[in-house]
Ligand binder design. Structure first.
Ligand SMILES: [Cu+2]
Length: 139
């Protein structure tokens, strides 16, 4: 697929990660894969992980359940032909993250605060209303 040929790495954004997680990067085109024990989120013309088919905005989708104190590894791939944003309330709020078509974002952080945190796109896009209902649930 042409899109996969232009997959690039957006600089990893690390919050309170242990030294083992820092500097994680890869330049291969095969990096759009679910990290071990982690979370894969695909942005496409059908939302985040096909959210248009999961009852949003009435229902939360995608939903990621993690344990408080655990290290959370997330890979976000934009397989759409337009840009999308990615934001996790509290854990990944700044800078405003824009993923160009084909880009892959890797995020790693320690879930040091319990609660339910909003996962959303924060830049306008045609599928935007369907990218506003993701949740990271830390228990
Ligand atoms: Cu959007």
């Amino acid at each position: 697929m042409a899109l996969l040929a232009v997959v690039g790495l957006v600089a990893g954004y690390t919050l309170k990660a242990s030294p083992a997680q820092q500097g994680t990067s890869t330049s291969s085109s095969g990096q759009c894969v679910k990290p071990p024990n982690g979370i894969l989120i695909i942005a496409s013309e059908t939302g985040f992980n096909d959210s248009v088919d999961h009852g949003v905005p009435e229902k939360a989708w995608p939903v990621a359940n993690v344990s408080e104190g655990s290290t959370v590894d997330i890979v976000v791939c934009n397989l759409d032909h337009i840009a999308h944003g990615f934001n996790i309330q509290h854990y990944y709020e700044t800078p405003i993250q824009t993923l160009s078509p084909g880009q892959v974002l890797r995020i790693s952080f320690v879930a040091d605060k319990a609660g339910t945190f909003w996962i959303r796109c924060e830049i306008f896009c045609p599928i935007h209303p369907f990218m506003q209902s993701g949740e990271l649930r830390v228990t």
